[in-house]
Design a protein around this ligand. Structure first.
Ligand code: NAD
Ligand code: TYD
Length: 350
């Protein structure tokens, strides 16, 4: 019986991954370790919280003694590590929080796994879920490949790059069985509404301004969150020890175009006249050091593991809008309190 520790399982991607594993692998014991920061929310997992193969543990990966004790108690044989501070704008205002969770927290987990697996690493695996942002920013041409040099440009991507390096250093130095994946921008249900798409969905709903940084010409590659979860499943079960897999949606969009598309979809769903929501678009001061373009070449995971995205983008975006419109209480809950004061400060000049 596998004992899989998923960190950050109450967050956006983590909650979809936990659900997939609980349902698909009833013979695994799945432990979800999450500190429940502003981005973690157990409401994301209400439908599976009573499953017999699921255990939630509230705790902080920055607490080394707690992490050591947890591994000593449960003797996990696998870790899928997603817990992180994940928003670039927050990393610009508070880089140290990103160093603490993303770098030190990751090293705490690596140390605990190394200790626990010291006598026998067979059938063990430490999987680090990372981002394509570690590769830096592209111009008009080209794609990130698994052997593209790291060139992180924001405090967020620098912290993720650092944690990727530590994971690979533990593989080289201590022979820890590791695997890393670097994925493009995710979208879908349960994403905290500080990231571009859920923020715009929420603002369109309330007829509030849609803040577009700079000229809106920056490009991102978008992948539906459940497709990321199935890719993680493939890498976890079939990936080669020591390897890296890039995961992407083959789906590049300029920010301004994706927001316009979202406006049009929502006008239809909300019964508003065509063009109503586009009037909310407001160009605001650019993000400091804003990466121009991310684009993933996901051929390796396709050719070696047979994974491809399952959803067309328009379908995924419609599902996402429907989810946010149907889950008003979730949205109200997460946009109250601490988040609201951050949001007000961030966008008071827009
Ligand atoms: P998220 O911010 O929605 O969730 C992060 C989760 O980690 C939250 O539940 C939070 O409570 C938990 N957490 C934060 N600090 C913690 C700590 N110190 N101890 C324990 N738990 C803690 O993030 P997400 O968008 O779901 O991203 C998950 C992972 O995937 C991250 O590692 C991120 O870098 C990576 N990633 C995200 C994207 C994306 O587009 N969102 C793309 C590629 C990779
Ligand atoms: P975001 O969702 O924060 O993801 P990331 O920075 O990790 O790519 O931002 C996606 C893109 O949208 C990015 O180019 C920044 C831009 N953006 C805006 O124009 N306005 C916003 O309010 C936000 C949050 C992002």
């Amino acid at each position: 019986m596998k004992k899989v520790l998923i960190t950050g399982g109450a967050g956006f991607i983590g909650s979809h991954l936990v659900r997939l594993f609980i349902r698909k692998y009833p013979d695994y014991s799945v432990y979800n370790l999450d500190a429940l920061t502003y981005a973690g929310n157990l409401e994301n997992l209400m439908d599976i919280q009573d499953h017999e193969n699921y255990t939630f543990i509230k705790g902080n990966i920055c607490d080394a003694a707690f992490i050591d004790a947890l591994f000593a108690e449960h003797k996990f044989d696998s870790v899928i590590h997603l817990a992180a501070e994940s928003h670039v704008d927050r990393s610009i205002t508070d880089p140290l929080a990103f160093v603490n969770t993303n770098v030190i927290g990751t090293v705490n987990l690596l140390n605990a796994a190394k200790k626990t697996w010291a006598d026998n690493m067979d059938d063990c695996r430490f999987y680090h879920v990372s981002t394509d942002e570690v590769y830096g920013s592209l111009g008009d041409e080209g794609f990130f490949l698994e052997d593209t040099s790291y060139d992180p440009q924001s405090p967020y991507s620098a912290s993720k790059a650092s944690s990727d390096h530590f994971v690979r250093a533990y593989a080289n130095t201590y022979k820890l069985p590791v695997v890393v994946s670097n994925c493009s921008n995710n979208y879908g249900p349960n994403q905290f509404p500080e990231k571009l798409l859920p923020l715009c969905i929420n603002n369109i709903k309330h007829s509030k301004p849609l803040p577009i940084y700079g000229k809106g010409e920056n490009i991102r590659d978008w992948l539906y969150v459940i497709d990321h979860a199935t890719a993680i499943d493939s890498v976890f079960h079939q990936g080669k020890n020591g390897d890296t897999y890039n995961i992407g949606g083959f789906n590049e969009w300029k920010n301004i175009d994706i927001v316009r598309l979202l406006c049009d979809i929502m006008d239809k769903k909300l019964g508003r006249d065509e063009g109503t929501s586009q009037k909310l678009i407001t160009f605001v001061k650019d993000r400091a050091g804003h990466d121009m373009r991310y684009a993933i070449d996901a051929s390796k995971i396709k050719d070696e593991l047979g994974w491809i995205p399952s959803l067309q983008f328009e379908e995924g975006l419609e599902n996402t809008v429907d989810w946010y419109l149907e889950n008003e209480v979730w949205l109200e809950n997460v946009t109250s309190g601490a988040y609201q004061s951050y949001y007000d400060k961030q966008y008071s000049n827009s």
